[in-house]
Design a protein around this ligand. Structure first.
Ligand code: ADP
Ligand code: ADP
Ligand code: MG
Length: 463
């Protein structure tokens, strides 16, 4: 028997009820799969989310505190109490909030609640970005040149060893925060201090490390799932090179520049990395891809990713269902061949409540009109409805528009059609930016890198 398929899973645990420790579109996304699996769902919500759709769609709902995340969606005790009081068998953390919090995962198991995600040890090991680099490197995955772990002194010496430009990164970073590019040594100490302060404020941890800044890279990533028997599936890559402030705005799969040989190499790297960390659950390994086709490990996200639907669109796999099957110790229900034989092309547009013409400033308010596109090849994951008021406490993403079509060009045409059909009044959104981007010659030809959007928007402004 293949080493990777030994049964180390232990006893199967049926879930009767699952609590979703999240809000917004991702809470709805998880509830939908639970319904299809015949599992009862419990929504938790803050006082600011009283009128949220996830409450209405779930079988039960429990208020866990006031609006600020720290007092509700990040308040572990409240969420555990809610799960105990409704006798939930498991908690799905979604993305953001507590999804990559090892302490929360531990707290769940201490209360005999299954955390739908990897073990606390895996989260801790891989969530620390510089430790994860070490693990990747040991597993034979290429990493960018950089410091050996985090550094507290000799900043200039370390930076010179790597060679400018360098990137300063927070070990606990996420969502594009705690990252700074430094082109010349005079700015180094200032930027170090800024990064440390930002990291401290955002993550309560000011550890930083340096890595070489890769010129004009693309962001490609591999979604994988691995179960307790060591069965692992690595999906086709997602290309997330369209970013603003190091955060994704448009994602697509497959990447316009990755061929089957490179795809296999990326997937092999992910197999090795996930095996060496004895990972179980869904995860994503992010890479930078340079102009010459070299790839470098960037980080592992130990959770479901925002852009997971594009992978679902081309493979037909329900990733949330696989997460739940793994957590129940029933094991993954698909095989590598199933996803190798993917069909078509998928693009996701993150529609945010932001004024993209004004540096993507948040745009709050009441939704006066909400008409969504439909028809063939269109999926919308959103918690918004007519009359909904956007609370000011949370993320600005209001919808994910997910397009599927038989090939990339057809997908772009369909994106154009769908973006035109979207009618939103009362707030500003990123729809206009999406229209401009997908009709640019660079995007249409697939020739973009992670700094494309910044350059493009600056040019548009000067027109
Ligand atoms: P992805 O799933 O592609 O990595 P993002 O990087 O945008 O997407 O992050 C996923 C979500 O989690 C976003 O809604 C983001 O605001 C939120 N998020 C990411 N990192 C953090 C963090 N450290 N603390 C709080 N929220 C975070
Ligand atoms: P986060 O945890 O905030 O998601 P990542 O390490 O994934 O941070 O980096 C976010 C983005 O920053 C990447 O998608 C990429 O655009 C850019 N980036 C990160 N590291 C490098 C690097 N070494 N060289 C060039 N760009 C980088
Ligand atoms: Mg990242």
């Amino acid at each position: 028997m293949d080493r990777r398929y030994k049964n180390r899973g232990g006893k199967v645990k049926e879930f009767r009820k699952v609590l979703i420790a999240n809000r917004g579109e991702i809470a709805l996304r998880v509830i939908r799969t639970l319904k299809e699996m015949g599992i009862k769902s419990v929504a938790v919500y803050s006082e600011a989310d009283r009128n949220s759709l996830h409450i209405r769609m779930a079988d039960e709902s429990i208020c866990i505190g006031p609006g600020p995340s720290k007092e509700s969606y990040l308040k572990m005790e409240n969420i555990i109490s809610a799960a105990l009081s409704c006798q939930a068998d498991a908690i799905h953390p979604g993305y953001g909030f507590l999804s990559e919090n090892a302490e929360f995962s531990k707290l769940c198991s201490r209360h005999n609640i299954v955390f739908i995600g990897p073990s606390p040890d895996s989260i801790k090991l891989l969530g620390h970005k510089s430790q994860a680099r070490e693990i990747a490197s040991k597993a034979g995955v290429p990493v960018t040149p950089g410091t050996d772990g985090c550094i507290k002194k000799d900043f200039l010496k370390e930076a010179k060893k790597i060679g400018f430009p360098i990137m300063i990164k927070a070990a606990a970073g996420g969502g594009g925060r705690g990252i700074r590019i430094v082109y010349d040594e005079n700015k180094l100490l200032y930027e170090v201090e800024m990064a440390q302060n930002e990291a401290k404020a955002a993550f309560g941890n000011d550890e930083i490390y340096f890595e070489k800044f890769i010129e004009q890279p693309r962001h490609v990533e591999i979604q994988f799932i691995r179960d307790y028997n060591g069965k692992i599936i690595a999906f086709p890559e997602r290309d997330c090179s369209i970013q603003r402030r190091n955060q994704k705005l448009i994602e697509e799969t497959p990447s316009p520049v990755v061929n089957p040989q490179l795809r296999k190499k990326l997937q092999k790297a992910v197999y090795n990395l996930a095996d060496s960390a004895d990972y179980h659950g869904a995860g994503t390994v992010e890479f930078l891809l340079d102009k010459n086709g070299n790839f470098y490990f960037m980080e592992v996200n130990t959770r479901l990713q925002v852009e997971h639907p594009i992978t679902e669109a081309i493979t037909g796999v329900d990733l949330v269902k696989e997460q739940i099957l793994i957590a129940q110790k029933k094991g993954i229900s698909i095989n590598q061949e199933d996803v190798d034989n993917f069909t078509g092309h998928s693009i996701e547009h993150r529609i945010n409540a932001e004024d993209w013409e004004n540096n993507f400033a948040p745009s709050l308010g009441k939704i006066e009109e909400w008409i969504m596109p439909g028809g063939p090849g269109i999926r919308i994951d959103s918690h918004i409805y007519n009359g909904y008021e956007i609370p000011f406490y949370y993320d600005s993403m209001i919808a994910k528009l997910i397009i599927w079509a038989k090939d990339r060009n057809s997908a772009i045409s369909r994106s154009n059609r769908a973006l035109d059909e979207f009618k939103i009044k009362g707030i500003k959104t990123t729809i206009g930016a999406h229209k401009k981007i997908i009709n640019s010659p660079e995007f249409m030809s697939g020739n973009v890198d992670t700094k494309f959007l910044e350059r493009f928007l600056a040019e548009e402004k000067n027109k």
